[in-house]
Structures are given as structure tokens and as C-alpha cells.
Design a protein around this ligand. Structure first.
Ligand SMILES: Cc1ncc(C[n+]2csc(CCOP(=O)(O)OP(=O)(O)O)c2C)c(N)n1
Length: 374
């Protein structure tokens, strides 16, 4: 047998060194610190003052939506609601890097991005209530309904990314899962397929530290979630998920990379959800310490963006009061619109399941219609 010319160095078996080098390769990207000071001017995105202000306004809108939805859920006026407060930089910052023509595969917590992409807010409320009209999307909206099966959207996004690639489109599919989602088989299948076919996709993991009550360190032994990309042969990058400008910059670079035909990117945003997992009886105080929650409160994405804009002379308290009051009015109007939707009937649900009903479904539709008296 021919001898290897180069002998493998003994250090290859130094697994501790290996782990350390992996950590080194996945340094978290940050542009704004907690005080809103620019700590990495090289990466500062070239956004106009107008866009910076709009980005912050959309983050405030998302917080207002979270706060109003929390109240509505407590009143029993919503069905499922996954709180989003704390994740505004991760969600809105990333969304700003994407295009209206890109295809969104959201998870259940990604309602803000879905609404910004074009889902009327009253329909988002109807979706929450399990109403069939909540899935009745405008023709122009390039998005799937929010995925409840954690991780499943990764496979679908990879498939859509492959379609875009094969058609030579300058568009991407983009999708979000959580830290828990990154332990799912679907997650690995999605990024693996994406890497093998160099699809037009941007994959996000919003690492908010908990999968319901399971902390990130019990979820996986991986040092970072971004490094999971290595197994798929795609770039993985970790970004401060409380810093909207950093998330935007990384997401924009990833989109450019994918659109240029290089394949997908996996982005891990380090973030925190300030509220409960959902409104179905979860109490974070039972699995999070007060010190942990206080530390994350200081990293609030709204605080640093507000300070940054104020320092630039683009923002003040009066502006904030006015926009937040307007958002609350708009959100309440959308609730009223959802309340006015026709009461859901079983026949309606069955009728909207297939474009053309098969004979058995049709029989059921007819039976229900008779019962419902129409
Ligand atoms: C395949 C699957 N298993 C279990 C569940 C139940 N479940 C709903 S949310 C959730 C935790 C998800 O946590 P993570 O992915 O970190 O996302 P986050 O909710 O924190 O945004 C689980 C286990 C599910 N929806 N789908």
C-alpha cells in the first residue's frame, strides 16, 4: 500500500483544540452595543435615514402588536399567540434584508414578518383563532402559512429555493426556526439538501435560549448553532439578535450570496423572548432566573436602536408617542375587522381544503351544509 506522503499531525486528535477552533470561527457579529454606540463601523449598513427610522418604527409596531395580542389572548379573544417581544431586531432586522418577491416560510412566532410581507393583520388574527379565512392569502403574497411542526418549514424552504435556482430567479426563500427547531431532523434535512443543490435560501435560527422550558444547553452539545452549517457544507454565521443593524447586515450579505448562485447560508441570531412561550399557561419564572431575565432586559433591541437614532437627531419621545398611538389604533381596527368575519362553518373549512373536492369530501360538504341550513 502506498504510504501517505504527508503524515497527519498528532494535534488532529486534540479534540479540545478542535472545539476551541470551532468556537473561534463563529464569533458573534455586532454593530451596535447596548448603549446604541457603533462598535463595528466597517459593517455599518448603508441605509438612508428614512429607512433607519422606518426600520425602528416597524420594530415599535411589532412590540405594540405583541402587547395588544397578549391582552387579547388573556381575554380569550385570540387562539394561539407566540409572544415576540425581545425578538424585534432578529425578526424585523432580518426581514428588511429580504425582498417583496422573496418567499417566506414562517414559524408560528413569525407573524410580524408575515404581516410586513403582505398578510393583512385581520387575517393574522383570524389565523390565530383557527379561522379558515386566516389562510386565505392575497394572490400577491409570497408566503406559506406559519408552520406549527417545528423545523418542517426548513425542508419546504429548501425545496422552494431549489425551484428558484432552477428557474434562474434572483429571489430567495427564507425561513425561521428556533433553537429547539435546530435539533429536529427536518432542520438537518433542509440545510443538507440546500447545501447539496446550492439552493437560493436563507435559513434563520432565532436562538432565544429556550424551547418552551428546555434551555439551550440541554438541547444540544453543539457549541454554537451556527456551526451546524458545517455539516451541510454551507456558511454559518452568528449574529447579535438584539442588534437590528447587525442582523440586517448579515442577512443582506447572505441574501446576496444566495442570489449569486453560491447556495444557502445559516444565520443564528442570539436573542431572547421577554414573554412566555405561548399564552397556554407557560410561566417563564418557573425555568428562568430573575437575574437572567434582567440581563436580557438591558439588551432590549428597542433601547439600543432608539439611542442610536436619537444620537443621530432622527428620533425623540414625541415621535415615539405619536407612532405608538397610531399603531395601537390600527391594530384595534384590525381586531374589529377580524371580529366582523363570518362565523366559521365546518362546510367552509372542507370546501377550502381542495381546489376541486373529491367525491367523499363533497359528500361531507353536502351533509354539513344541510345541517348548517344552507
Ligand atoms: C415536531 C414538533 N414537536 C414538538 C412540538 C411542540 N412544540 C411546540 S413549540 C416547541 C418548542 C420550540 O422551541 P424553539 O424551536 O426554540 O422555538 P421558540 O418557540 O423558542 O421560538 C415544541 C417542542 C411541535 N410543535 N412540533
Amino acid at each position: 500500500m502506498a504510504k501517505n506522503k504527508k503524515s497527519v499531525k498528532k494535534s488532529v486528535l486534540d479534540f479540545e483544540l478542535h472545539l476551541k477552533s470551532v468556537v473561534k470561527n463563529y464569533e458573534m457579529v455586532q454593530i451596535l452595543d447596548e448603549e446604541g454606540k457603533v462598535v463595528n463601523a466597517d459593517l455599518l449598513p448603508d441605509l438612508s435615514d428614512e429607512t433607519l427610522v422606518k426600520l425602528f418604527e416597524d420594530m415599535l409596531w411589532s412590540r405594540a402588536l405583541n402587547d395588544r395580542s397578549t391582552i387579547l389572548a388573556r381575554q380569550g379573544r385570540l387562539g394561539f399567540f407566540g409572544p415576540t417581544a425581545g425578538q424585534e431586531a432578529s425578526q424585523i432586522g432580518s426581514y428588511y434584508a429580504l425582498d417583496k418577491e422573496d418567499i417566506l416560510f414562517p414559524g408560528y412566532r413569525d407573524i410580524p414578518q408575515l404581516v410586513l410581507h403582505g398578510l393583512p393583520l385581520d387575517k393574522a388574527f383570524l389565523w390565530s383563532r383557527g379561522h379558515v379565512l386566516g389562510n386565505d392569502y392575497p394572490e400577491s403574497l409570497k408566503a406559506m402559512p406559519p408552520q406549527i411542526i417545528i423545523g418542517a418549514q426548513y425542508i419546504q424552504a429548501a425545496g422552494a429555493g431549489l425551484g428558484l435556482k432552477k428557474r434562474g430567479k434572483k429571489q430567495v426563500s427564507f425561513t425561521y426556526t428556533g433553537d429547539g427547531g435546530s435539533s429536529q431532523g427536518d432542520f438537518y434535512e433542509g440545510i443538507n439538501t440546500g447545501g447539496a443543490f446550492k439552493v437560493n435560501t436563507v435559513f434563520f435560527i432565532q436562538n432565544n435560549g429556550y424551547a418552551i422550558s428546555t434551555p439551550r444547553h440541554k438541547q444540544t452539545a453543539a457549541v454554537t448553532l451556527a456551526q451546524k452549517a458545517a455539516a451541510a457544507g454551507i456558511p454559518g454565521i452568528q449574529v447579535d439578535g438584539m442588534d437590528a443593524l447587525a442582523v440586517y447586515t448579515v442577512a443582506k450579505a447572505a441574501r446576496d450570496w444566495a442570489v449569486a448562485g453560491n447556495g444557502p447560508v445559516l444565520i443564528e441570531t442570539i436573542t431572547s423572548r421577554f414573554g412566555a412561550h405561548s399564552m397556554s399557561g407557560d410561566d417563564p419564572k418557573r425555568y428562568r432566573t430573575q437575574a437572567d431575565m434582567d440581563a436580557w432586559d438591558k439588551k432590549d433591541p428597542l433601547i439600543r436602536m432608539r439611542k442610536f437614532l436619537t444620537e443621530k437627531g432622527l428620533w425623540d419621545e414625541a415621535k415615539e408617542e405619536a407612532v405608538v398611538a397610531r399603531f395601537d389604533e390600527e391594530i384595534q381596527a384590525a381586531v374589529a375587522q377580524a371580529d366582523a368575519a363570518p362565523k366559521q362553518k365546518v362546510s367552509h373549512m372542507l370546501e377550502t381544503m381542495f381546489e376541486t373536492a373529491d367525491p367523499i369530501t363533497q359528500e361531507q360538504i353536502d351533509k354539513y351544509k344541510e345541517k348548517e341550513g344552507n
